[in-house]
Design a binder for this molecule. Structure first.
Ligand code: 5GP
Length: 198
């Protein structure tokens, strides 16, 4: 068997749209400047206030397909049945090789792809869930106006993701109004998991 070339840990935050993954990651970013937070690529349009190069690079389908051809993605997926999302190989694997803690949100398809590529000992998956369907719908709608079609697509993906939540190493519930507790739960998991790196 090949020797494991990775020294760090990749923490994947998984969970349906609106479950608070972005908020949790933002809080971790404020506190852990030594962690690496890679920027993914997507073909979806930016939402109001979203800046290019912070959470995503917003690119065209043509550019995305070119990157697929050039084998630049560690994984990519069509999410909510319409847009491409993908993590860059270099942005994830290079810091992982040099021993960094890398934190990224992906959908459940992305998690399953990465699971086949990164050894178990270097991978930690945390699934964030919410209290129920109504709660989820409210959170998705609160992020901005959506067409009925888009809302349905997001709710359908959410149901599929929740059904596979048990595939992740940890499940964390983000109860409405308790984001602080949720962040500290995720933080505790990460700190316990990376303890052996230091
Ligand atoms: P949103 O459009 O709400 O920002 O994200 C939609 C979904 O795509 C979320 O579940 C989010 O976690 C997921 N996602 C974000 N970046 C990536 C990525 O690089 N790869 C994959 N597979 N999913 C991603």
């Amino acid at each position: 068997m090949l020797e494991n070339e990775y020294l760090g840990k990749l923490i994947l935050i998984v969970g349906p749209s609106g479950s608070g993954k972005g908020t949790v990651i933002k809080e971790l970013q404020k506190k852990y400047s030594g962690f690496v937070f890679p920027v993914s690529y997507t073909t979806r349009d930016p939402r109001e206030g979203e800046e290019d190069g912070v959470v995503y690079y917003f690119i065209s389908r043509e550019k995305f397909k070119k990157m697929i051809k050039n084998d630049e993605f560690l994984e990519y997926a069509i999410v909510h049945s319409n847009n491409y999302y993908g993590t860059s190989k270099a942005h994830i694997l290079d810091p992982l090789k040099s021993g960094s803690v890398v934190v990224r949100e992906v959908d459940i398809q992305g998690f399953h792809s990465i699971q086949k590529l990164v050894p178990d000992e270097n991978l930690v998956s945390i699934f964030m869930s919410v209290s129920g369907e109504d709660d989820l719908k409210g959170r998705i709608l609160r992020r901005g106006a959506l067409s009925d079609d888009e809302l349905k697509r997001r709710m359908d993906s959410a149901k599929k993701e929740i059904a596979q939540s048990g595939d992740c190493d940890y499940q964390v519930e983000n109860e409405w109004g308790k984001i602080k507790e949720c962040v500290s739960h995720v933080e505790k998991i990460i700190l316990a998991e990376i303890n052996d790196l230091y």
